[in-house]
Design a binder for this molecule. Structure first.
Ligand SMILES: N[C@@H](CCC(=O)N[C@@H](CS)C(=O)NCC(=O)O)C(=O)O
Length: 201
């Protein structure tokens, strides 16, 4: 049986969402991030991070890699596109989320939510908001006239990008300049599988 290590209050939520969405029978080890550097966990992921997936003798770390693996293995005919062009879009949006969006959201999260008030740098937060404009514009343009990133159907591309952007409501970032992004994000985050994950340990 597949086993996912990592509390839902971490990036593990991304892979728990994929497991739930795909209807995979899995075991969840809700390991806190404070245990990620334990000797036992370092054997699974030498980076000392969660999430980690174990599945049929395969060990995968990096949330996006886990989700691409899961969608490929369990999502044929649903979350995983059957054609190379569709899969190219999946890779494109997943790497976009990790490289163009996540670093700025982390900066914002640290300086608006996570750090103690006297450790917050509002200048860095404002610079992150500025840097997010280009990727938000790209997303807005791509969603024009479409239900989801690849067209009519929700795929692992939507899940991966929306999962990275799931911190946005918590930060109350104003998305009114990007109405397509705002409507799409709400629709993705409102899916039952994601709502279920938010209630897990
Ligand atoms: N790029 C990695 C990042 C993983 C990561 O940084 N996970 C954090 C939790 S959200 C963690 O394990 N932190 C524990 C630590 O660094 O000791 C991914 O997406 O899986």
């Amino acid at each position: 049986m597949a086993k996912l290590h990592g509390t839902s209050r971490s990036r593990s939520a991304r892979s728990l969402w994929a497991l739930e969405e795909l209807g995979v029978n899995y075991e969840h080890n809700p390991m806190p991030t404070t245990d990620a550097k334990s000797a036992a966990h370092l054997k699974l992921n030498p980076n000392g991070h969660v999430p980690v997936l174990e599945d049929d003798g395969v060990t995968v770390w990096e949330s996006m890699a886990i989700n691409l693996y899961l969608a490929d293995k369990y999502g044929q005919g649903s979350l995983w596109p059957s054609d190379p062009a569709g899969r190219a879009d999946v890779y494109k949006w997943s790497f976009f989320a990790m490289t163009e969006v996540e670093p700025h959201l982390i900066t914002l999260l640290r300086n608006r939510v996570m750090n103690a008030p006297d450790q917050r740098d509002e200048k860095a937060a404002l610079a992150a908001i500025e840097a997010l404009k280009a990727p938000m514009n790209a997303l807005e343009e791509s969603l024009k006239g479409k239900e989801y990133l690849l067209g009519k159907n929700f795929t692992i591309a939507d899940l991966n990008v929306a999962a990275v952007m799931s911190w946005i409501p918590m930060m109350k970032l104003d998305l009114s300049a990007w109405p397509n992004v705002s409507a799409w994000l709400q629709k993705c985050l409102g899916r039952e599988a994601n709502k279920k994950v938010r209630g897990l340990k």
